[in-house]
Every structure is written in C-alpha cells, then in structure tokens.
Design a protein around this ligand. Structure first.
Ligand code: GUN
Ligand code: ZN
Length: 429
C-alpha cells in the first residue's frame, strides 16, 4: 500500500504573509489530514473527510502535534559543521582562523563523506528536509554531499565553492579550473534524482575578475541552475570589496559586471544594501537569504526583513552553519524574530513558518515542489511536538490559539520538538 494519511493540526500557506494579511495566507486545520500517495502529497483537508474518502490508506495519528512542510534551509556550509560555535572572531578573522583550515581537510574524500552524512542527519533531526550548501573547492566535496543526499532521497542544492585569491594556497583554484570543475560537476549532478547544482563563487573578495567572468559565462550556458554567493554581510568586508573593485558602483556590481546577477541568484546575508542594490535585486527577481543566527554570532548587523519584503524582494531563511550558531530552523526563526524586534517589527509565527518553508522554497525557485503542505508537492514533511520540554509545555498548555501554542516552540524548541520527519513520503526510521 502506498497511500497514507497523517492526522494532526495541519499548517500550510496559500499566500505570502509578509506582504499580505497573514490570516489570508494561512491554511490551518486543528483536525487536519495530509493524504500522501507514494512520494507526493495528494490532498490536505479535514481529517474526517479524508479518512472517509480513503478508507484503504494507512493512518498515522499525531494528535495535537503540528504537521508542516519540512523546513528548507536556503544557505549553509556543510563543511563547517564540525567547527560550528567557534569563539571570538568576526567575519574575515573567522574565515582565516577557523573556516579555511577546516575546509582544507576536505581534500580527503573520506572526511568529506563523513561530514556530509553527519550534516544531513543533523538537518533531518531538526526537521530540515532541504539544505542549500556551499561545498569546498574540492570537487570530491560536491560528490560527497550529493551522494549522501541521494542516499537519503533529499532535495538539495549545492555547488563547488570557487576561490582563486585571498585564501590559503591549498584552497585556491583558478579561473579555468573553477569553470571546468564546476561544469563537470553540474553536468554530473544537476537534475540527477533530487540534486540541484548551484554555481558557487564564495564571494567577490576571494575571486578575481577573471574567475567571476568564467563563472558568469558558465551560468549563461546553464541559466536553469541557481548561482549562490555572499553579499554585503559585514562593514569591513564591504570596505575590502570597495578596495578590490574600485570601478564597481557597489558590492552587487562586483557580481553584476561579470554576469553573476540574475533571477536564479541567491545572495546570502544582504544586510547593508544600497538603494541601487535593492532595486536591481528586485528588478531581476533575485533572492536574498536571511541568516539571523549568523548575523548576531559573527556580529554582522540587523537584516531589514520587512523593508526588503515591502520593496518586493524574494527572501529565504537559513542557518548559515557554521557562521550560524544552530542547525535548527526553529532557533533560526527565533533569531529572525529577535532581529525583527530590534528593527521594530514583531514577526508573526505565521510569517516565521512561511519563511522557513515556502519563502526559502520560493528563493530556490522550487515553490510548489518543496516547502509546501499542499497537493502536488513532494511529501517532505515535519511533525512538530508543541510540548516537547517542560518549559515549553507549561507555556503552551495555556495557549489561546495555535499561534500562541506554536510560538513557545519557535522561541525555545530544538530537535526534541521534531516528532517525525518524512522525506519523499517515507517516514524517517
Ligand atoms: N563570506 C564568505 N564566506 C563566508 C562563510 O563561509 N560564512 C559566512 N557567514 N560568510 C562568508
Ligand atoms: Zn555563507
């Protein structure tokens, strides 16, 4: 039998609660059901109706737990899993002190395979069913990640990180090898199973104009691929970029001038944007990715979520492991809430959940396929226990509605709140 029904409180979305009234964007049922056939969601609706219509389906009853689309992490670095929470540095020092030495270890394919599997399992433990990851400069690090994701049938986005300057010698490629290796990996992996290749210049300080040009040409040859990088994360970084690219109008121009600004571009952080950059990102339909735990951990600044949403930008949410300090998209939503408070906006739980599912999926141009609890989507599903610890349950017990019941888990929950995870319709053992 391939048909199954999950019963619980169900939460999905039919609109974008950042730009419309959240109540119009939410599809919530306190006695809901999700009908799955094979690897896809066929229907969502009232439990009584779906049970009566499909008496042959296998039923799993989650009681008061909340059934959501699996979380979609729109920007992270799987090679940084083992060095998460390293103390005391801001971006450039942090890269040189902790990140580059760790990434050099990925010259060993066995180490890459170990960390890739570890990262994907940690993601699933935390209810995240899709990761969007940077790899290292080593092609084998890309094979390791896509191989491990394929073994788990997870939809992922990843690419070889390209750097040909301002990095240790053992972590540098060249314009030609970055092009050749990225092209070979793209042809090997893009569209294979649930794998999606993203062309990946780390950020403009670590790529020469020649390398950016080569990767822009590769993207023009494969416009169906995503392109991921970093943009305007920290003020000293922006000063550095200004010195390296004296002719550029702004940071975004260091990508735009080389063919690396486009609709399928994913720009991580995007905290300190100029008006021209915001206009260009909106005009081309590119996405920015909010990485709130990273922004506070590395001391980068306060992302203007509501301002950019109102300006019409597509926005995803991400852990940015290991600049981010958590594997949990619940903790990531909490940090987004806290940054929102510091910018004068209290994000509603519906807005936070939308960002962690639909918003990230939209940023990846995979809306309707992942991050969606509705007909036609892949059955990547997370079941959330709303009383997972004594601290949370004593608060959610007095909740007045689903949002009041969910918010304590967003603010205080972790992997203990993840009751079950389904990947392509298969319950995780
Ligand atoms: N900018 C360039 N590389 C990185 C990285 O690995 N992490 C973060 N947070 N920012 C970056
Ligand atoms: Zn990053």
């Amino acid at each position: 039998m391939t048909k199954q029904i999950l019963l619980g409180q169900t939460l999905g979305f039919c609109g974008n609660p950042l730009v419309e009234d959240w109540q119009d964007a939410v599809v919530f049922d306190s006695a809901g059901a999700v009908l799955i056939d094979g690897d896809r969601i066929v229907q969502t609706g009232p439990a009584a109706m779906l049970r009566a219509a499909h008496p042959d389906a296998n039923v799993t009853d989650y009681g008061d737990a909340l059934i959501s689309a699996g979380f979609v992490d729109a920007h992270m670095h799987y090679p940084q899993t083992a060095m998460i929470a390293s103390w005391g540095k801001q971006l450039i020092d942090w890269l040189n002190t902790y990140t580059f030495p760790e990434e050099a270890r990925f010259a060993d394919p066995a180490y890459a395979a170990d960390i890739a599997g570890r990262t994907l399992d940690l993601a699933l433990d935390h209810g995240t069913t899709t990761l969007t990851s940077f790899c290292t400069i080593h092609p084998a690090s890309v094979d390791a990640f896509f191989g491990a994701a394929g073994a788990r049938n997870m939809a992922v986005v990843a690419g070889k990180t390209c750097m040909d300057r301002n990095a240790p010698e053992n972590l540098r490629d060249t314009p030609q090898s970055a092009y050749d290796d990225s092209k070979a990996l793209l042809e090997k992996w893009h569209g294979k199973g649930r794998a999606n290749y993203a062309i990946t210049p780390r950020f403009s300080p670590t790529s020469t104009p020649d390398q950016l040009t080569a990767l822009g040409a590769l993207w023009a040859e494969h416009p169906d691929c995503l392109m991921q990088t970093h943009l305007s994360e920290q003020l000293p970084e922006i000063d550095w970029v200004r010195g390296l690219f004296p002719d550029a109008r702004d940071y975004l121009d260091t990508y735009e001038a080389f063919g690396l600004l486009g609709e399928k571009g994913l720009y991580g952080h995007a905290i300190h944007l100029e008006p021209r950059e915001i206009d260009r990102l909106r005009d081309v339909g590119a996405a920015v990715v909010h990485c709130p735990t990273s922004n506070t951990f590395i001391g980068s600044g306060l992302f203007d979520l509501m301002g950019l949403a109102k300006a019409g930008l597509s926005i995803g949410l991400a852990t940015d492991t290991g600049g981010g300090s958590s594997f949990s998209m619940l903790r990531t939503m909490a940090a987004a809430y806290e940054i929102g408070q510091l910018r004068g906006t209290a994000l509603h739980p519906a807005q936070l959940m939308w960002l962690a599912t639909e918003g990230s999926a939209k940023a990846l141009h995979m809306q309707g396929q992942i991050g969606h609890l509705g007909a036609g989507a892949m059955a990547d599903i997370t079941v959330i226990d709303l009383a997972s610890t004594p601290a949370i349950s004593q608060r959610s017990a007095r909740a007045s509605d689903i949002w009041d019941a969910l918010f304590p888990t967003i603010m205080m929950g972790d992997d203990r709140a993840i009751r079950d995870v389904y990947v392509a319709g298969k319950r995780r053992a």
